[in-house]
Design a protein around this ligand. Structure first.
Ligand code: PLP
Length: 405
């Protein structure tokens, strides 16, 4: 009677939700847990954006819009792509959804037939493989290790592509590593993709504004105009404008694909909240200084967390070039033994130990496609980063060496 569909057996619960659930239990016991597990800026939604949402409610523009969204929203998105990315799209080439997540889901549902393949470099944002599986596709996971800066190489791409490949997923800056694909690295991947005309490129650019060391952002479709017609550029307001709860993501791509995605949207969410659409128009068209200021704050936090983590024996952390995550290797901790005698056999054990002993919530790399690593989000205050790293260092100092036992 309570049978669920077979497709549910293909997907995993979010690895992040498991940490969130355990840390909620600890918090309920009155324990002060520092949460570095969630990919969410700690900043407020900017005041002008909140005001636009409030105004929408107060003036009563709270009904359905067209499935494609308010005409002004689509125009604001077209303007954004032009102004910030040098991309020329018409409103008929724009779609939106309840977050970038839904836009990606719509793309996969609209394009994948049973058994079609999607190349997903690992480590990955946890939703990519499961969204592909839900849509009937098969994720082809390509591990990109720390020595390669967590970046997909052209040779790896060639090896992963096959007759059933429909999409390559690119996510730069990356969640969970913060790695940024530089223009020459993208050019090498584009050269491979030119030899495979049936493969589409999903360029997830949601962290484009969180970019360090003076880098400027180069959007995939703008760098390679000849690949524009098979590129879907994903973006959203969640990360740039601290609007994670408002739920608006958007994308630009070829009209036939956008039409199919809008069809999925129309039969699922219909459109995102009308109030959110008004707020997002203000976010995209209003003053942008706050985005730059917040990026500088993230950069200071990056410097702090990378320094503190690398000072801990057994932890090795690259300095990310963007986003707000670090993805240190904890290979040096495996085999060590907890004070209660239990050995740390994998990164999940390490994450659990740090949650229970240091009261710091962290996501383990096993859930994100590349072990043994941890993902720490540093979208929290510098004081919290200091405190979390002190607790982690102290908990690690309490480990025994397996060899001595
Ligand atoms: N893409 C990446 C790489 C992400 O990390 C996230 C959120 O964590 C999203 C897309 C989707 O964000 P949202 O659905 O809030 O727009």
């Amino acid at each position: 009677m309570n049978r669920v569909a077979q497709r549910m057996g293909r997907i995993n619960p979010s690895p992040i939700l498991a940490v969130v659930a355990r840390s909620a239990e600890l918090k309920a016991q009155g324990i002060d847990v520092i949460d570095l597990s969630i990919g969410e800026p700690d900043f407020e939604t900017p005041g002008n954006v909140k005001a636009a949402g409030i105004k929408a409610i107060q003036t009563g523009v709270t009904k359905y819009t067209a499935i494609t969204g308010l005409p002004d929203l689509r125009k604001a998105i077209v303007e954004k792509f032009k102004r910030e990315n040098g991309l020329d799209y018409g409103v008929h080439e724009i779609t939106h959804g309840c977050g970038g997540k839904q836009v990606i889901f719509n793309a996969m549902l609209a394009t994948l037939d049973e058994g079609d393949e999607v190349v997903v470099p690992a480590p990955y944002w946890a939703s990519y493989p499961d969204v592909v599986r839900l849509a009937g596709g098969r994720p082809v996971i390509v591990p990109c290790d720390q020595e390669a800066g967590f970046k997909l190489t052209p040779d790896q791409l060639v090896a992963a592509l096959g007759p059933k490949t429909r999409w390559l997923v690119l996510n730069s800056p990356s969640n969970p590593t913060g790695a940024v694909l530089e223009a020459d690295e993208l050019a090498a991947l584009a050269a491979v993709l030119r030899r495979y005309p049936d493969v589409m490129i999903l360029s997830d650019e949601i962290y484009e504004h969180i970019l360090y060391d003076g880098r400027s952002y180069a959007s995939f479709a703008a760098l390679f105009p000849d690949l524009r017609d098979r590129t879907l550029t994903i973006n959203g307001v969640s990360k740039a404008y601290s609007m994670t709860g408002w739920r608006l993501g958007y994308a630009a791509g070829p009209h036939s694909l956008i039409q199919a995605m809008n069809n999925v949207l129309g039969h699922t969410a219909t459109h995102t909240s009308t109030i959110t659409q008004y707020a997002a128009i203000e976010a995209l068209r209003g003053p942008q200084e706050i985005v730059v200021e917040r990026c500088r704050a993230f950069e200071r936090r990056r410097d702090l967390i990378v320094g503190l983590l690398n000072a801990i024996p057994g932890v090795r952390c690259l300095a990310p070039a963007g986003a707000f995550y670090v993805y240190p290797s904890i290979a040096g901790l495996l085999g060590m033994v907890r004070p209660d005698g239990r050995p740390l056999q994998n990164d999940q054990d390490v994450a659990l130990y740090l949650l229970e002993e240091a009261h710091v919530a962290i996501v383990h790399g096993g859930g994100l496609g590349l072990s043994p690593h941890l993902r720490l989000s540093y979208a929290v205050s510098e004081a919290m980063i200091q405190e979390a790293c002190q607790r982690i260092a102290a908990a690690i100092a309490r480990l025994g060496s397996g060899a001595r036992r």
